[in-house]
Design a protein around this ligand. Structure first.
Ligand code: IMP
Length: 180
């Protein structure tokens, strides 16, 4: 289908989730989150940098009072089994006894999220839930329930809507399959 392809710098990328589909799904997720957090005063945390578009769109679709914060980790992947994660930017707010919702772009192996979840839990929030736009097959290493998932996907590498390849393509308006 012609509409399935986005030409970007003359590179044809195949659409996995078009902008309109993402908008619709993000709206649904926002309403669900708003229902679950009615009468609460949550802190919503964006995992930089990949979560940036999902976080900005999602929080605008949650029509209740929210506080926003940002956290960043870096994964060093040497071999499959020796990936270590380091904290680059910590939260600015005090989340002790707060309801925290962590927003991620994609769970792949789950290592990054596992690290951030344990870091956040050490600050003793009242509750911690996770929203991820995408969940890749095999991401169970995270060992924590992901309450809000946009879509489950296969092992493919995806770009756009915050997701990068080598720092590029984050600004593509939807999620696309990356192939060299
Ligand atoms: P994990 O620690 O293996 O779960 O990897 C999580 C991080 O790796 C994500 O937050 C992304 O930044 C990046 N990542 C994993 N899979 C993809 C992908 O398909 N496209 C772009 N980035 C990805």
């Amino acid at each position: 289908m012609k509409n399935d392809i986005l030409n970007y710098n003359n590179i044809p990328f195949k659409t996995l989730f078009a902008r309109e589909r993402i908008e619709a799904r993000v709206k649904e997720m926002g309403l669900q989150i708003a229902q679950d957090y009615t009468d609460k005063d949550p802190v919503v945390v964006c995992i930089l940098r990949g979560g940036v578009y999902f976080f900005s769109d999602l929080t605008k679709e949650i029509p209740i009072s929210l506080e926003l914060d940002f956290i960043q980790a870096k994964s060093y992947i040497g071999t499959e089994s020796s990936g270590t994660v380091e904290l680059i930017k910590d939260l600015d707010s005090d989340i002790k006894d707060r309801d925290v919702l962590l927003v991620e772009d994609i769970v792949d192996t789950g290592r990054t999220l596992k690290f951030l979840i344990s870091h956040i839990l050490s600050k003793k929030p009242k509750s911690l839930e996770v929203a991820s736009l995408l969940f890749k097959e095999g991401g169970d290493a995270v060992g924590y329930p992901i309450k809000y998932v946009g879509w489950n996907i296969g092992k493919e590498f995806v770009i756009g809507y915050g997701l990068d390849y080598d720092g590029k393509f984050r600004n593509l308006p939807g999620v696309f399959l990356y192939s060299e």
